[in-house]
Design a protein. Structure first.
Length: 239
């Protein structure tokens, strides 16, 4: 029964994330021809536009496209966390802490996905609001600040839990664990071990999990991250 309840919650969350991600794309595609020649691209804390740019595809669609790319990457990571947690075998304390750590990361990922989608949803609608309902910008700005505060709170609570579980795993795990072997780390930060079937492993520095870059799936994550960074830089240079 708990699994069924979790499945329903995840379905609702995925539906909300998909709606918040798709709605701005559809709305802006319809509204684009009627937008003015210059559009706001940055707002101050009070919701007033303080930087403008010529109307262009990147100027108008930057936020919703960024939201799509981020959600694809986070959905992929969420799936990998769930699969990694299910793959942990045994009842050794180290296995239990690793399983709990993966679940803590997964539990943190879900609200972060929703809050990021909500934040970029609000940002995407700031442009049309500035043209048609400027009085609503202050309310939108307050809503955005509330989402940012919620994101920071959720992140802090989640990271504290993850750090505690990481420390417990480090104390319980055998010293022969692959993550403890220096030769499996490139430049001290990147885990590369073709002999380790695990895709997600404990970080050497900090807390949480990182990728096994010898795993074929790591290339997909790397390409998505490169695409997001490249898109952001291209947009920043052309808006």
């Amino acid at each position: 029964m708990p699994d069924e309840s979790n499945s329903v919650r995840n379905d609702i969350l995925n539906f909300l994330v998909a709606g918040l991600t798709a709605a701005p794309l559809i709305f802006l595609a319809v509204y684009y021809p009627d937008m003015p020649a210059r559009v706001p691209v940055h707002w101050n804390i009070h919701g007033a536009a303080d930087r403008w740019a010529a109307k262009s595809f990147l100027a108008v669609f930057f936020a919703p496209i960024l939201s799509v790319l981020l959600q694809i990457m986070l959905a992929l990571l969420t799936t990998d966390l769930a699969n990694a947690g299910s793959a942990v075998q045994g009842s050794h304390p180290a296995s239990n802490y690793k399983r709990a750590g993966l679940q803590a990361n997964l539990s943190l990922m879900q609200p972060l996905r929703l809050l990021l989608a909500a934040m970029l949803f609000v940002i995407a609608f700031l442009q049309p609001l500035g043209s048609s309902a400027p009085h609503a910008l202050q309310w939108a700005s307050l809503l955005l600040l509330a989402f940012v505060a919620a994101l920071l709170l959720v992140a802090v609570v989640g990271v504290v839990k993850i750090i505690r579980l990481q420390r417990k795993w480090e104390s319980a795990a055998p010293s022969l664990e692959p993550e403890f072997q220096p030769q499996n780390w490139r430049w001290g930060a990147f885990y590369y071990n073709p002999d380790d079937p695990n895709f997600l492993v404990h970080k050497r520095l900090g807390a949480g999990f990182t990728l096994n870059f010898a795993h074929p799936r790591a290339m997909l994550h790397a390409l998505l991250l490169i695409a997001i960074v490249a898109f952001t830089f291209v947009a920043a240079a052309n808006i």
